[in-house]
Design a protein. Structure first.
Length: 366
């Protein structure tokens, strides 16, 4: 069942169209992430759901109830939407201790004090901050402050959580900690969550579904696995994944009843896959770094020899950059590799691991 529905929602600021006719159903209980580059309209979309920004046109529903409709003249204010927010600047009150920061919003809702006390206990337990009740924000680490902000949102018992880059102020280690915290909490509470980030790893790790946005429009809405493995256009393919997906220009040719993808550096038989109907015209093949295998140049016939341009070991994995003519490929190997700079090596790619894109429309062909 859909918890929040956006129907053709648009927001214009003068001549700038920040969000351009978005249709989206957020399913009850899911963790949905809006992912995209700076300026693509993520925050604007979230603020429209929150009621902090009035859409220019379109409709917004929650539980089939109209929250906004230009045509029907409906605009439900934020405080009537039963939403919890958490933003990048987590804005704890500096002159109030942890308990006060959490309870302030509850008192204004006229919740009895015994109930408030229980909730504070409960949420501090959940974010593992018992014992910190009397501390002031300045006496907490960034991650702890962020957990107080999380506790404050949880304590309000909203059934929808809206979060805008809540982890972006934290250093890398804390961010990983907090991801785990958020995921655990979501699993426990099951609140419908709309989360905004421009960090593709964060989106992949946290989400049930990811909405990739660009220029105010939805590019694809799918599970993390589908977004990663079957990006519907080149923008998504390039935006998600690290190192970035390898792109190779080439053509499809038929030789001896077999189809090949071919360019100056590679000739790859497309065995067992339905090849695109674009024989002899230019095509873009995309393959992830972890889907390329390497071997000493003499043993493989799939490609000409590539030169090893760089070898970048990072402990659990090694990224190798290969070059031949204009073709450059990143290969991800697990652990450390015996490959050396300037080695000459061949590559092997399983055809089913390749996605083909139309170079003009940039849309997925296969
Ligand atoms: N109040 C405003 N007045 C005018 N233009 C605005 C306003 N708010 C946002 N915009 C514009 O709308 C577009 C979308 O902005 P938005 O803040 O939604 O992007 P975003 O995806 O959240 O980006 P970021 O990752 O940088 O936070 C941008 O081009 C931005 O400049
Ligand atoms: Mg933003």
């Amino acid at each position: 069942m859909s918890k929040i529905s956006l129907k053709n929602l648009t927001k214009k600021y003068g001549s700038v169209t920040a969000v351009n006719g978005i249709n989206l159903d957020v399913i009850e209980g899911e963790f949905l992430t809006l992912l995209g580059p700076s300026g693509c309209g993520k925050t604007t979309t979230l603020r429209m759901i929150a009621g902090l920004e009035e859409p220019t046109s379109g409709e917004l529903y929650s539980d089939k109830k109209v929250l906004f409709s230009k045509e029907k003249g409906v605009y439900v204010p934020p405080e009537m939407r039963n939403l919890g927010f958490m933003f990048q600047s987590y804005a704890l009150w500096p002159h109030m201790n942890v308990t006060r920061n959490i309870t302030l919003g509850l008192e204004s809702k006229k919740i009895p004090s015994s109930e408030i006390k229980n909730r504070v206990n409960d949420v501090l337990n959940k974010v593992q901050l018992n014992g910190y009740e009397d501390r002031y924000p300045s006496e907490l680490s960034g991650g702890q402050q962020q957990r107080v902000a999380l506790a404050r949102m949880v304590a309000a018992k909203s059934d929808i959580f809206l979060m805008d880059e809540p982890l972006s102020n934290l250093d890398a280690m804390l961010r990983i900690d907090m991801r785990s915290e958020l995921k655990h909490l979501h699993n426990e509470l099951g609140a419908t969550t709309v989360y905004v980030t421009h960090d593709q790893v964060e989106a992949l790790t946290l989400s049930d579904r990811i909405v990739v946005m660009n220029n105010g429009k939805i590019q694809q809405c799918d599970t993390p696995e589908a977004i990663y493995k079957k990006p519907q256009n080149l923008f998504i393919a390039k935006f998600v994944g690290s190192p970035p997906i390898n792109l190779m220009k080439g053509i499809i040719v038929k030789e001896d009843n077999s189809l090949f993808f071919k360019n100056e550096a590679i000739k790859l038989e497309l065995k067992g896959v339905t090849a695109p109907e674009t024989e002899n015209s230019e095509i873009i093949a995309a393959v992830r770094a972890e889907d390329i295998a390497v071997s000493p140049s003499s043993s493989e016939k799939q490609s000409e020899a590539f030169n090893v341009y760089s070898v970048l070991p990072a402990g659990s994995e090694t990224i190798i950059t290969l070059q031949r003519g204009d073709t450059e490929l990143a290969v991800k190997l697990s652990g450390f590799s015996s490959t050396k700079m300037n080695d000459s090596i061949s590559i092997k790619i399983r055809p089913e691991k390749i996605s083909f894109f139309n170079p003009k429309t940039e849309e997925l062909i296969l």
